[in-house]
Ligand binder design. Structure first.
Ligand code: FMN
Length: 366
């Protein structure tokens, strides 16, 4: 047990992580009015503070990016105040926490947006399928308005300000969500991005938005405090592989190395039914970036240990196991059984399926 890599400390930029177990970002739809979180979220994240690093649920830097019902934002004073109670709860227990900044772009319905906000994307192409709304149930995604240059400048500003707000709220850093089909990946992917200006067309142009956000955010809060999540080959939200996918992500990783971001977090949702990211592509991204790599997707302790030993990444993110096992680190250390998650309460309001999963200690008492 003692010589396992997974439970050994790791230095991420300036930050001392007590182990290499990362809580993956997970949308839980528990925000209240005005897309702010409260003490319930502080309890939820505080319960999971023994992770080496928590990455929060996707959080919008703009009213336009709040595509799902009840997701949090990071642009208003009320939202920042809610996040302050979260970071305090985690830090009091010695944990570390990054905010995931997610602008949903066209993965959205206008019924989920606050008044005055609008669905914008690099394209007018609508996402197939439906989006759940609290007011009217599932509805076809709203057709986005294609962003012009001023919209792009505004969105970049919003990410930068969101990152500054995150630091003001006490976060140790931010993760830019460039995965899973949201705004940043809508720029990256040529199946979606049909622009013929400097933000579309070639690989360089398709990467421009992501790289500008990354550079500006790094300048604003410090490059050691900015990570990024990517999902090459991911198919979620009408994405999918394209001819030069490998070349594009290796180029992106090289550029992110120049910017000096603190990590790249690679999503592989093969265990959720999408195409796997080929191992050699993961290695190429790691070699091009040269910095910290977080691997994720379907991990248990054994597979995590094996992939760390083989050098596929430096840190391992766990998603669903963290929904239902607040003390995941302790359970894995002891080889204890994991509580299975209740899928029905992933996105429902309230404490059920959120803060009521027991620790090992509580199971014994109960
Ligand atoms: C309920 C739920 C919500 C999620 N929300 C997000 C999110 O907000 N941002 C993100 O990057 N990934 C999100 N994901 C994906 C997870 O971060 C992770 O990649 C995925 O669950 C696979 O890891 P796992 O097999 O350990 O669960 C979500 C996953 C689940 C189950």
């Amino acid at each position: 047990m003692s010589n396992t890599k997974l439970f050994s400390p790791y230095t991420l930029g300036q930050l001392a992580l007590r182990n290499r177990v990362i809580m993956a970002p997970m949308t839980r739809c528990r925000a209240h009015e005005h897309n702010a979180l409260d003490e319930l979220a502080a309890t939820y994240y505080g319960q999971r503070a023994t992770a080496g690093l928590i990455i929060t649920e996707g959080t919008s830097p703009s009213p336009n990016g709040l595509g799902y019902a009840r997701i949090p934002g990071v642009y208003s004073d009320q939202q920042i105040a809610g996040w302050k109670s979260v970071t305090k709860a985690v830090h009091e227990k010695g944990g570390k926490i990054f905010l995931q900044i997610m602008h949903t772009g066209r993965v959205s319905h206008e019924a989920n947006l606050p008044e005055g906000a609008e669905v914008v994307a690099p394209t007018t192409k609508q996402v197939s399928g439906e989006m759940y709304t609290d007011s009217q149930g599932p509805l076809p995604h709203t057709t986005p308005r294609k962003m012009n240059e001023a919209d792009i400048d505004q969105a970049i500003e919003e990410y930068v300000q969101g990152a500054k707000n995150a630091i003001a709220a006490g976060f140790d850093g931010v993760e830019l969500h460039a995965a899973n089909g949201y705004l940043m990946e809508q720029f990256l992917n040529p199946l979606v991005n049909d622009r013929n200006d400097e933000y579309g067309g070639s690989i360089e142009n398709r990467c421009r938005f992501v790289l500008e956000v990354a550079e500006r955010t790094a300048e604003a809060i410090g490059k050691d405090k900015v990570g990024i999540r990517i999902s090459p080959y991911g198919t979620f939200n009408d994405m999918g592989a394209f001819d030069d996918v490998e070349t594009q992500f290796v180029y992106l990783a090289e550029k992110l190395k120049e910017t000096g971001l603190v990590y790249i977090h690679i999503v592989d949702h093969a265990t959720m039914g999408t195409a796997p990211v080929p191992v050699e592509v993961k290695h190429k991204i790691r070699e091009a970036f040269q910095g910290t790599i977080i691997i994720s997707g379907g991990y248990d302790k054994e597979r995590a240990e094996k992939d760390l030993e083989e050098g596929l990444g430096h840190l391992v993110a766990f998603g669903r196991p963290y929904v239902s096992n607040p003390d995941l680190v302790e359970r894995m250390k002891k080889g204890a059984a994991l509580t299975p998650p209740d899928f029905d309460t992933f996105y429902t309001p309230g404490e059920k399926g959120y803060t009521d999963y027991p620790t090992l200690e509580e199971e014994k008492v109960g």
